[in-house]
Design a binder for this molecule. Structure first.
Ligand code: BGC
Length: 506
């Protein structure tokens, strides 16, 4: 039975053990991404790692009088973190091709092989080139995984749970970051090769993803799109746990029929009517990075050392922020389809602005080049970082991925999403490559810099981001874009609309 409730359509379905297993297995892709994000900050603080690959940074670290804000400012050290995102940026385009041509499942399989290769290479590295090659391989894993996993999750989720299931990806990212922080806490005590353990343990989630990619089905959408109609219907029955899947299957077929007529998805992405989802998809990711979140996620242990904690205490503080990140992501799973996307994003802008400005203010007033903060004030900074991370976790974190995955029509979905993924990677790369240098030059002002961006993104949400809560993916154009005071100017009754109407009538 199909029912309509307000804006949203419901098809008959049951949540089966099999479908939950598929969500979890695929979400391992998020875990890998999170592990890679969280592991590098701790590793770059470990003496054994610095002595082997970055002896100059190590010497600088030993000189007690070295400038607080500058002791880790080293282009190569930053390249260790950032090279992964550069590789992910470049590989997300071939990944989108593989995703369309061969399906989501093989794309996830390729990602897991890159991850396995990357963890082996970086854990066993004896020379710089091996380390960088390992990072590049992990980056390709992220490029392929981040392209396919959110799409896979959105496509196999029943319509009414799409938002929540998609956020599983983000939840697993945060769990990955937390696990990485815990691993670093343990391995930092293993001298001089603890860093090898940290990098090598990534092979465990990578194996999980590899096995998962063999178990999960291909999505019905991708099967139908590639002309495997009967297999698509069978898979839909299996993942929905019911026999009558005809209404949903018909909808998939219509979307695929339109998609098949589009021979050049990248060219159609450049059409005027594709601009609204494209601009929103790209800007959501750019802004997500300009919240400054990865300054915290990559370099939290270094940041906490900068405010005066010893190595252990700073790794512990990174674990606390990691926990806050996980728990507050769960909040968004409940809230996203109730209070809506816009409210979550706007509330978070206020909370992030206040906490960033307060951190910047304290550091500006109290931390100079060579002192450290009194214990009490250093803990206030940790609390403020948690306040900041919590609001990111229920807003820009998950919604940065959710909104671009739900606003493109099928014919431009993988291509459009590739732009969103690569914008994320580009700006993740920029932050990873420049944060330590920016901290050295801008000092506490770096936090005020990010606070300034938060004002801009708040204005963007207020005027340009439409609410997409409860709107079925294939009706975005009619119900969202054509009704928005600014974006409606980009929408016409174009060829796609006419094709859709013809197919629906026939
Ligand atoms: C972002 C990552 C970030 C993570 C933090 C993700 O949505 O894409 O860059 O590190 O959230 O939880």
């Amino acid at each position: 039975m199909t029912t309509t409730e307000g804006n949203s359509v419901k098809f008959e379905s049951r949540i089966t053990f099999y479908v939950v297993l598929c969500w979890i297995l695929a979400a391992f892709g998020g875990l890998m991404f999170g592990y890679d994000i969280g592991i590098s900050g701790g590793v770059t603080g470990m003496d054994g790692f610095l002595i082997k690959f970055f002896p100059n940074v190590y010497k600088r670290k030993l000189r007690a009088k070295e400038d607080n804000y500058c002791k880790y400012d080293d282009q190569y050290l930053q390249l260790f973190t950032s090279s992964l995102y550069l590789a992910a940026l470049i590989s997300s385009f071939p990944a989108s091709k593989v995703c369309t041509k061969f399906g989501r499942k093989p794309t996830i399989l390729v990602a897991s092989v890159f991850f396995l290769l990357g963890s082996g290479l970086s854990a066993g590295a004896h020379q710089m080139w091996m380390l960088i090659l390992g990072r590049i391989s992990l980056g390709c894993g992220v490029g392929f995984g981040n392209e396919a996993v959110p799409l896979f999750l959105s496509e196999i989720a029943p319509v009414e749970y799409r938002g929540a299931v998609n956020i599983l990806f983000q939840l697993f990212i945060t769990i990955g970051i937390l696990i990485a922080n815990l691993v670093n806490y343990g391995t930092s005590k293993v001298h001089p090769w603890g860093w090898r353990l940290s990098l090598g343990l990534a092979a465990i989630p990578a194996t999980g993803l590899f096995i998962g990619s063999l178990i999960i089905p291909e999505t019905p959408t991708s099967l139908v799109e590639r002309n495997h109609e009967e297999k698509g219907r069978k898979t839909l029955k299996k993942i929905r746990g019911v026999d009558n899947v005809d209404p949903e299957f018909e909808q998939i077929k219509v979307a695929c029929e339109i998609a098949r007529r589009v021979k050049h998805p990248y060219r159609s992405l450049m059409k005027l009517s594709s601009m609204p989802p494209l601009i929103i998809g790209i800007m959501m990711q750019v802004f997500q990075q300009f919240t400054g979140i990865n300054a915290i996620m990559f370099y939290a242990p270094i940041l906490f050392q900068t405010v005066g904690f010893k190595n252990d205490a700073s790794l512990l503080s990174a674990i606390i922020t990691g926990l806050v990140n996980v728990f507050c992501t769960v909040v968004s799973i409940y809230a996203v389809d109730k209070v809506g996307r816009r409210l979550l994003l706007l509330q978070a802008c206020v909370q992030m602005f206040v906490s960033q400005t307060a951190i910047g203010g304290i550091l500006l007033a109290k931390l100079n080049a060579t002192n450290s903060l009194p214990k009490g004030q250093a803990w206030v900074v940790v609390v403020l970082v948690c306040v900041y991370v919590s609001s990111f976790a229920w807003s820009w974190g998950p919604l940065g991925w959710l909104i671009p995955s739900e606003t493109f029509p099928l014919e431009t979905r993988t291509a459009g999403f590739a732009f969103a993924v690569s914008s994320n990677m580009l700006f993740t790369f920029v932050i990873a490559q420049s944060f330590l240098s920016m901290m050295c030059h801008m000092r506490a002002g770096i936090f005020l810099f990010f606070a300034g961006w938060i004002v801009i993104m708040g204005i963007f949400v207020l005027f340009l981001l439409p609410e997409t809560k409860g709107v079925p993916i294939d009706e975005m154009k009619e119900r969202v874009w054509k009704k928005h005071p600014i974006w409606k100017k980009f929408m016409g009754d174009d060829a796609d609309d006419r094709a859709k109407k013809t197919i629906e009538m026939s």
